[in-house]
Ligand binder design. Structure first.
Ligand code: 9WN
Length: 432
């Protein structure tokens, strides 16, 4: 494998800062140089989490610049475009045409989709670890109403199944674009007539679905990004356990932040109970949470890293926690991977060690699982996930993802969330 001389914690921290500084635009952090020249939604939440223990103001600026792209219906877009090299990434602003839409913000181009709602948890992280308490308090007061609007949007426009969960309407919304979980639901989507055009390298990406990705985006755009179209006609609607597990954790975070903003935490607690009940009733089967295809496909048979999302709920019943952790630590996931956690069950037919979200290990999902282990007081699992993640970046650098068997890096180099979350892990290691 590609390997670097072992670097100590201080050197690793300096390298992480160098990546974040190089990817900093002055108000936001792009995911990686070249490939992703704009601000991405959940990437920025991970960056804010990584900055939280070190620089309250910059972590807050990261979230504020993302939320400058929020639509008036509460939707937080998955990309906020920078005017520089606007069309360097496809699909760019000329495809999404957000400026033509009455709900989109003036003065900033965005996509028309969203990504996992980790924002309130990121804000809580900034609040919890603030290096500057006054800045953190002001930030919570400013962002709180925006995050309430985001959660209201998910609870209304996105409850396409009517059971209390939020549905994603495109694989890009999951953040785990190429996961095999979307293979079956995508079958129902007619491909676009125009071939998919991607300026950058497509190394490590499955070829099959690109036309369908574009077709889905264009259909939604051409509906005028209408809620009624999503409900009645859009061919892709899936209740994803990772997206909803993150949402639940963010509702718990909002309940804790509400008093800081002078608001009532009660509604957020009600939302937590509702989402938990819906997750258990609608997505739990055979010892795991599974994605539900609302367009007729039922529960996904494929087990991926997404199945563990609801572990982020600190009040998930203990027997469910035990079952999930049993699968996670088994040879299906961590037990047979030298460099965990693989993004897809190793024994699955769809598993591919080198293909995006179909096998490689990722720093962000490792961080989420480590957080989940921490809320359930699983100290051993917290240690293993932290140490194995640091081993990956020490050996292969801040790559986008990693081969789960030999730890070699895949995808972009100098990837922001890999660097940012390393800073969080290092701070935790130092704190002991
Ligand atoms: C589409 C930016 C994003 C991440 C996603 C990752 C990848 C985009 C792409 O890059 O998705 O949004 O072009 O494939 O899958 O998690 O947010 O880093």
């Amino acid at each position: 494998m590609e390997s670097r001389a072992a670097v100590d914690d201080a050197a690793l921290g300096r390298e992480a800062w160098a990546v974040l500084d190089a990817n900093w635009t002055g108000s936001a952090t792009v995911p990686a140089p070249g490939l992703y020249p704009h601000q991405w939604n959940w990437d920025s939440t991970f960056v804010a989490i990584g900055l939280a223990r070190w620089d309250t103001r910059r972590a807050g600026t990261e979230l504020l610049s993302l939320l400058a792209g929020q639509w008036s219906n509460g939707m937080v877009p998955h990309i906020v475009f920078r005017p520089v090299r606007a069309e360097a990434y496809f699909p760019g602003p000329s495809v999404w045409r957000s400026r033509d839409h009455r709900s989109a913000p003036n003065g900033v181009g965005t996509s028309g989709l969203t990504q996992p709602p980790l924002h309130a948890l990121a804000l809580w992280w900034i609040w919890r670890y603030a290096t500057d308490r006054d800045t953190a308090t002001a930030l919570v007061r400013r962002l709180y109403p925006m995050l309430v609007a985001q959660h209201d949007y998910l609870a209304t426009v996105r409850d396409l199944g009517g059971g209390g969960l939020a549905a994603i309407v495109h694989p890009w919304e999951s953040g785990m674009d190429d996961s095999p979980v979307w293979d079956a639901p995508l079958e129902a989507v007619p491909p676009a007539g125009t071939p998919y055009r991607r300026a950058e390298s497509s190394e490590g990406r499955p070829g099959g679905h690109q036309d369908r990705y574009v077709a889905l985006a264009l259909r939604y755009r051409d509906s005028g990004y209408e809620a009624a179209y999503l409900r009645d006609e859009h061919p892709f609607a899936v209740e994803d356990p990772m997206f909803n597990g993150i949402w639940l954790a963010s509702c718990q975070a909002l309940a804790e932040l509400a008093p800081v903003a002078g608001a009532d935490p009660g509604p957020h607690r009600v939302a937590v109970e509702r989402i938990r009940a819906a997750l258990l009733e609608r997505l739990w089967a055979d010892g795991l949470f599974r994605a539900r295809d609302l367009r007729g496909g039922g529960l996904s048979p494929v087990c991926t890293i997404g199945c563990f999302g609801p572990l982020l709920d600190r009040e998930l019943p203990a027997d469910h926690v035990a079952e999930l952790v049993g699968v996670l630590e088994s040879p299906r996931f961590m037990g047979a991977a030298g460099y965990p956690v693989p993004s897809c069950e190793i024994r699955a037919q769809e598993f591919d060690r080198s293909c995006y979200w179909r096998g490689p290990s990722w720093v962000n999902t490792n961080w989420l699982l480590r957080r989940a282990a921490a809320v359930h007081d699983l100290a051993g699992l917290v240690r293993v996930l932290g140490a194995s993640t640091l081993r990956l970046v020490r050996q292969a650098g801040f790559r986008e993802c990693f081969d789960p068997f030999d730890g070699s890096g895949r995808g972009s180099r100098d990837f922001s969330w890999s660097a940012a979350l390393t800073l969080d892990l290092l701070a935790d290691t130092v704190e002991g």
